[in-house]
Design a binder for this molecule. Structure first.
Ligand SMILES: [Zn+2]
Length: 478
């Protein structure tokens, strides 16, 4: 990953809504006064509805989820006594005080898919009802000629209710893909298993083709594994246990996954070329590195201590004693290569790494490699994340401890710690399952939009926090 352009770091945005809001109208007027009053009323009504949903969650032992509702209610109405009491705030000398050490809030695990469906439906209803006062406010603003205020109210409505086509139309988000609004059926594990099946079928087709016509490979998988090339992928390897033919198969396997879920288009869409050179020792790696053309001696010196490096776009060289590590690296980097086709050199780290982690865990059953940038050089860092990625992600969400999506979107390569990687991987899977078109659009837009928030907003037609809310319910579906 090290040859990619530096990570863009935008301002940490708590919400994407500001993107859509014009400057507030200045100047007085009765309409403006009335607007302020109506806006307060809308916020109070929405806050009350979220408190009611929080109470519903609490009554079913979804304590972390309840907490999120009370916090959201408080953002709408900082004086909500009910939300504050529920969060353990106390009134002292006329002011609310939060407890120094908030009580831990842990959600009960959902006992069935039907229970998650009920939770999703209840959440959807609560949020749609909370959005209604803002939609009414928007309509009033438009009639009163308060355009920026109308947009602001539509933004608030959309944040709460992504199902509002009216809000999307008003905010010029009509061409975004909203397939993700359909109710979930497959949970994370079932989806991962289906992806594995899709990838296996793709690999089998490839093997059958090569068996029927060895010329399909310029140099087929060989015992010594020195070189294997097919139309899209090539590999060289002197690693006895990870021959070149196996590495090309790993590339085909990874591509089959992303083609099968609908992210990568048909092969003919655009010619691709991805190459991996693998060796078993550092000495051999240094020799390969030394032979890379168009790279300075300084660059080569920086890469000397890494386990793998992007020599150029679409060309990785790597070394590892364990063959499995090389093969996982190939699965991981093939995903990077495929994602990079949509936003050359500019895929945001969380999206890139989330997709690569998902690929490695589904196809290799583990993910020990991940990408970081040290100064200008990439090094492998051993994640040592447990193999039950979906279980661990679910536990993180039930504890209410998953990092906020706003932080994830602007995280650099080195910022992606264990919790971020778990979440990034699961979010990419959620996107791939629910709306591969929007995921592809998000990748494409990551180079064109001003911020990571607006890229997601334009692709999915909803702000990142709204996607995150849906995702948090989905991960419970075991
Ligand atoms: Zn990576």
């Amino acid at each position: 990953m090290s040859v990619r352009s530096p990570v863009r770091v935008g301002a940490l945005a708590v919400t994407a809504l500001l993107l859509l809001q014009g400057p507030p109208a200045h100047g007085g007027g009765e309409e403006r006064d009335e607007y302020d009053g109506r806006r307060r009323e809308a916020a109070l009504a929405a806050s009350r509805r979220l408190v009611a949903f929080g109470n519903w969650c609490r009554g079913r032992s979804y304590r972390a989820l309840a907490r999120r509702q009370y916090e959201a209610a408080l953002r709408l109405d900082p004086d909500s006594g009910e939300a504050r009491s529920a969060l353990g705030h106390r009134r002292e000398k006329g002011k609310w005080r939060a407890p120094a050490t908030p009580e831990p809030s842990i959600d009960a695990a959902a006992s069935s898919g039907a229970e998650v469906t009920r939770l999703e439906r209840e959440s959807e209803t609560a949020h749609a009802e909370a959005a209604a006062p803002f939609a009414a406010l928007a309509a009033w603003c438009a009639a009163a000629g308060l355009e920026p205020e109308a947009r602001s109210a539509w933004s608030d409505a959309l944040h709460l209710d992504p199902g509002s086509t009216e809000a999307r139309r008003a905010l010029n988000l009509g061409d975004s893909d909203t397939a993700w609004l359909r109710p979930s059926e497959e949970g994370p594990r079932v989806f991962a298993a289906r992806c594995r099946g899709i990838a296996d079928r793709g690999l089998k087709e490839f093997r059958d083709r090569v068996a029927g016509d060895p010329s399909a490979l310029e140099c087929g998988p060989t015992a010594d594994g020195t070189k294997a090339v097919e139309a899209r992928f090539s590999a060289t390897s002197t690693h006895g246990e990870a021959p070149a033919g196996a590495l090309v198969e790993d590339m085909v396997h990874a591509e089959s996954l992303w083609r099968g879920v609908g992210l990568v288009l048909a092969r003919s869409a655009k010619p691709v070329r991805f190459r991996v050179d693998a060796v078993a020792s550092k000495k051999e790696y240094l020799a390969l590195l030394d032979a890379v053309p168009d790279r300075s001696p300084e660059w080569k010196a920086r890469k000397a201590d890494t386990g793998s490096v992007w020599a150029h776009d679409g060309w990785v060289i790597c070394w590892a004693r364990r063959a499995e590590r090389i093969r996982e690296r190939v699965s991981h980097d093939t995903a990077h290569f495929l994602f990079d086709r949509y936003a050359p050199g500019d895929v945001p780290p969380w999206l890139a790494e989330g997709g690569a982690m998902f690929t490695a865990t589904v196809l290799r059953g583990q993910s020990e490699c991940f990408c970081v940038v040290s100064g200008a050089s990439a090094v492998d860092r051993d994640a040592k994340v447990r193999e039950d990625w979906d279980g661990e992600t679910c536990a993180l969400v039930l504890r209410g401890e998953d990092p906020p999506i706003g932080d994830l979107l602007v995280a650099g390569w080195n910022d992606l710690g264990r919790a971020s990687l778990l979440k990034a991987r699961s979010l990419v899977a959620w996107m791939a399952l629910h709306s591969p078109l929007a995921l592809r659009a998000a990748l494409r837009k990551s180079t064109k939009e001003a911020t990571p928030e607006s890229a997601l907003l334009r692709a999915f037609g909803a702000p990142p926090e709204t996607l995150e809310r849906r995702w948090r319910l989905w991960v419970r579906r075991q």
